[in-house]
Design a protein around this ligand. Structure first.
Ligand SMILES: [Zn+2]
Ligand SMILES: [Zn+2]
Length: 915
């Protein structure tokens, strides 16, 4: 569906779609833009639509009130409350309820759930208003520069289901929004323009009215009325109003300040300016002119901020350099305020800076902030800035202070990580500068991805002169949405009744009768009901038998359970009643591991911090693992604490209650913490509640009380990727078996040491000490013994035709340390000596070759070592002219090698001369 064809569809019938009662009452006339052809509604006659206007409100606000960010919200929320709207709390900025998004990118996303590839709306109150913080990383390079772009912003969502109780439609919506602008903010109706537009997404679409005042778009009211496409559509049963207005902009227009950042971060700027000691106040009038000018010509230079500034400087009558001196500190301050606020919300809501997924963008903006501070030499503490945000935003977002310490901790770890890698980054940067090669955008992306080098750092070190405008866009594109994993699908064909899931009706059922509905490929059975749990949610499937035939896998496809049997059987046919038996031991072990996963996840969060989420989990019979989101590898102490906490929960024998809730009720009651295993694509969610400890949406099997698990033992932890730590564990009998096997291994060691379990550590330390002493003694002995033996070697060596003296030996007792010492000493005594020792080293024959000073003029040790190694079936040797080693495995060739040593060496000798 094309946007423009949809627009012409609606625009061809403006009275039906766009005209609202307010337009007639107040005298808004429909007009078309002479520049772009768009249709708009305004009281005054206008040549063009407001998209072409400059920001004439800068320095001249059209409102009667002057309101900063928080006070704008106070006015706005009380207005909507008075008009029968419920004001609800913001949703998390980390979008746990949608698999396709990392972050909440618009207020309407709060109420969207994806089911079968279609978006459904769940609006908890009707009508409502939400101050939703949204994160978007596609404009990073514009933040600070344009005066209006952000990585996080508050979208006030005025949302309503028109067909549910309390609902209203477009007349009332525009009437309210108009009243907000005029009655509350004091803007004259003549100042307001409504522009016609359309909206579409995920099978639904509608028309919209964007409203502007003095060039600034303040809000967009979307009326989602239809589903289908432009050729075939019908009216939705539940029509949705989604009006989104940027709170930053509403505040900005009341202040008429140079930038929207002044309105949003005013009190924070004041404090920071005091600390840095820069003067911005006296430049205020100039900055107003600058940003007004910028709004006029910005669209011409969207991709080249440098050229944009050069042109503004020309118009304002000063040099680019002088302009930059005034503007750069303002821009930088805005970037820092924006980026820290984004980090504050994201980390508070449980996202971690990392190299993967959504955490990627957080690390980018954090490192960018640190690099900017370094570039300007500002001594600002990021955590202090965050505290200023928390304090200022308290009336709107009191929850931010709850995770204050956790955010502080993460910021500290990330900042330290950055500074410790900085030295390496600077050395890479300086070698780049010397090479004088100009990196491309792709080079810059690669450097950031592999070495964490931000372009700001390259700018700081003079490797590049400017940051390519598309750098951050391209980088963000790589990390915006999840990749979906395709699931292999078995062709089922005709309609089959959904399988009745006995394991949800009664988890304790292990035997059942069922009718075969269909057999696929001879080995996949579909039954009318089943107690077999299919693979899903990280839980491995049940095994067992059907009519005595082994079931080796169970999987679920849509609402059918497929039982894979070991071999096709003629006893199994459609419509036959069969008897199924679920392997009880396996099911119990998996069930305990699954409940243990929930317990461990909360144990980790309680001990480590609020950023802990389940990243993924796997529950099998003999093994289970839980991957959690965490910034560092776990210490021994932390592992022990988590294990202790988890086992305390087991010992408290807490009841585990499983209930099915309507999704919106579950979210409201238990928050989005329930989505540890990801979003749930259905209207109803199964909530597994470990009383007073952990609540998750989960479709797995669970024990009735935590005490049934018996024991949880962590086997191993590992940092498997940046930001993710894996805990491998066992529970129940498997945990007991593990402890027992560890115990018997210890006993074996104790007995081998001639000690007891009680004295094991003591005995072990003693043996280690003795071993060290023995090695020292042995080294001394070798030294002394080889002194004496060296003379014997020189006497035993035989003289070859070419005048070299050759000595060869084989030994399977003394190690190579001895023969290396001996060889070195021997050639020191006799410079004509060629020394070859073959030493048995486990399965291998090691070759050790030394060549004396005089012989070396004729032959090299490395050549001899290579030649002998190859004779012994090895691939070659290596070393210097004087000393070389090699080896092979063919023991049968030892004697031959030693007997023909002289010949072998003479041959090499002559080939060296010839070659
Ligand atoms: Zn226009
Ligand atoms: Zn679960």
């Amino acid at each position: 569906m094309e946007k423009h064809s949809l627009l012409s569809l609606f625009s061809s019938n403006p009275d039906k779609y766009y005209k609202v009662s307010l337009f007639d009452e107040k005298g808004f006339k429909r007009q078309s833009c002479k520049l772009c052809g768009k249709f708009f509604w305004a009281i005054k006659d206008r040549e063009s639509c407001p998209e072409h206007d400059s920001y004439s409100f800068i320095g001249d606000p059209p409102t009667s009130k002057r309101l900063d960010f928080v006070n704008t919200w106070k006015e706005l929320s009380s207005f909507f409350r008075k008009n029968d709207h419920e004001i609800i709390q913001r949703y998390p900025v980390v979008c746990r309820w949608r698999e396709d998004l990392y972050y909440t990118i618009a207020s309407i996303v709060d109420f969207q759930r994806v089911m079968n590839g279609k978006i459904v709306f769940e609006i908890p109150r009707n009508p409502l208003v939400v101050p939703q913080m949204c994160l978007r990383f596609n404009d990073i390079e514009n933040v600070g520069i344009t005066g209006r772009h952000y990585t996080s912003f508050c979208m006030v969502g005025q949302t309503c289901n028109a067909d549910a109780p309390g609902g209203y439609w477009k007349d009332r919506c525009i009437e309210l929004d108009h009243s907000l602008l005029t009655d509350v903010l004091g803007i004259k109706s003549e100042e307001i323009t409504f522009v016609e537009d359309v909206w579409m997404g995920a099978g639904a679409f509608g028309y919209s009215l964007e409203y502007y005042v003095r060039g600034l778009e303040l809000g967009n009211a979307v009326f989602t009325e239809f589903e289908g496409d432009e050729n075939n559509y019908r009216i939705l049963d539940n029509k949705i109003i989604d009006m989104g207005a940027g709170l930053e902009r509403l505040s900005w227009i009341t202040l008429g300040s140079p930038t929207s950042y002044d309105a949003t971060f005013g009190p924070i700027f004041k404090k920071l300016i005091d600390i840095i000691g820069i003067d911005i106040d006296s430049k205020s009038e100039f900055l107003s002119r600058y940003f007004k000018k910028l709004s006029e010509i910005y669209s011409n230079y969207e991709n080249d901020p440098r050229l944009l500034k050069i042109n503004i400087a020309k118009e304002l009558g000063l040099s680019y350099e002088d302009l930059e001196k005034i503007v750069l500190p303002v821009e930088t301050l805005s970037i820092i305020a924006d980026h820290t606020r984004t980090l504050l919300f994201a980390i508070s809501d449980g996202s971690l800076p990392s190299n993967v997924g959504g955490g990627y963008n957080l690390r980018i903006i954090l490192r960018r902030t640190l690099a900017l501070l370094a570039r300007l030499g500002w001594k600002l503490d990021l955590q202090d800035i965050m505290d200023l945000h928390i304090e200022y935003l308290k009336p709107m977002y009191p929850e931010l202070k709850e995770h204050k310490n956790d955010v502080r901790k993460i910021m500290q770890i990330e900042s330290e990580r950055y500074s410790s890698s900085k030295e390496r980054m600077y050395s890479i940067a300086s070698s780049m500068r010397e090479s004088k090669k100009k990196p491309s955008v792709e080079d810059l992306i690669r450097m950031y991805e592999s070495d964490g080098i931000t372009p700001d750092l390259l700018l700081e070190t003079g490797v590049i002169e400017k940051i390519p405008p598309d750098f951050y866009v391209k980088l963000a594109e790589l990390h915006t949405t999840h990749e979906s994993i395709p699931v292999p699908v078995i062709e089922i064909g005709s309609d089959i009744k959904p399988t009745k899931l006995l394991y949800y009706e009664d988890e304790s059922i292990r035997e059942f009768d069922a009718k075969i509905l269909k057999i696929l490929k001879g080995k996949y059975l579909i039954l009318d009901n089943t107690a077999f749990y299919p693979r899903g949610g990280g839980q491995e499937p049940d095994f067992g038998t059907i009519e005595g035939i082994k079931v080796t896998d169970v999987l679920k496809q849509n609402n059918l359970v497929l039982h894979k049997i070991q071999a096709p059987s003629k006893d199994l046919q459609d419509n036959k009643i069969v008897h199924g038996i679920v392997d009880n031991v396996r099911r119990l072990a998996i069930t305990k591991n699954h409940s243990a996963t929930h317990i461990l996840n909360s144990a980790a969060r309680n001990n480590l911090g609020s950023w802990i989420w389940q990243n993924s989990a796997f529950k099998d019979e003999n093994y289970a693992r839980l991957d959690i989101t965490h910034h560092s590898a776990l210490t021994k102490q932390e592992i022990k604490q988590i294990e202790n906490t988890a086992n305390e929960v087991v010992q408290r024998n807490l009841p585990i209650n499983i209930n099915v809730f309507e999704r919106s009720n579950a979210e409201e009651k238990y928050t989005f913490r329930i989505y540890q295993g990801g979003a749930v694509p259905s209207n109803h969610v199964r909530i597994v509640n470990i009383d007073g400890w952990d609540v998750e949406a989960c479709g797995g099997t669970h024990v009735n009380k935590t005490g049934e698990i018996g024991l949880i033992k962590i086997l191993k932890t590992e940092r498997i990727q940046d930001g993710v730590v894996r805990l491998e564990f066992v529970s129940g009998n498997k945990a007991l078996q593990y402890v027992q096997s560890q115990d018997s291994q210890l006993l074996h060691i104790a007995q081998s040491l001639g000690s007891s379990r009680e004295k094991l550590i003591e005995s072990f330390d003693k043996v280690t000490l003795e071993n060290d002493q023995m090695k020292r003694k042995f080294r001394v002995l070798i030294n002394r013994f080889s002194d004496n033996m060296a003379t014997t070697v020189t006497h035993q060596a035989t003289k070859s035709k070419s005048g070299l003296k050759v000595y060869g030996t084989f030994d399977d007792v003394m190690g190579d340390d001895y023969y290396i010492a001996l060889g070195e000493k021997s050639i020191n005594i006799d410079p004509f000596l060629v020394y070859v020792a073959l030493v048995q080293d486990h399965e291998r024959i090691k070759v050790i070759v030394f060549v004396g000073d005089e012989s070396r003029k004729i032959i090299k040790a490395s050549r001899i070592a290579k030649e002998i190694s190859m004779k012994l079936g090895g691939t070659g040797g290596g070393g210097t002219d004087k000393f070389a080693q090699g080896g092979g495995k063919d023991k049968s060739k030892i004697n031959e090698c030693l007997k023909n040593l002289e010949n072998l060496i003479t041959n090499i000798d002559s080939s060296e001369k010839n070659g």
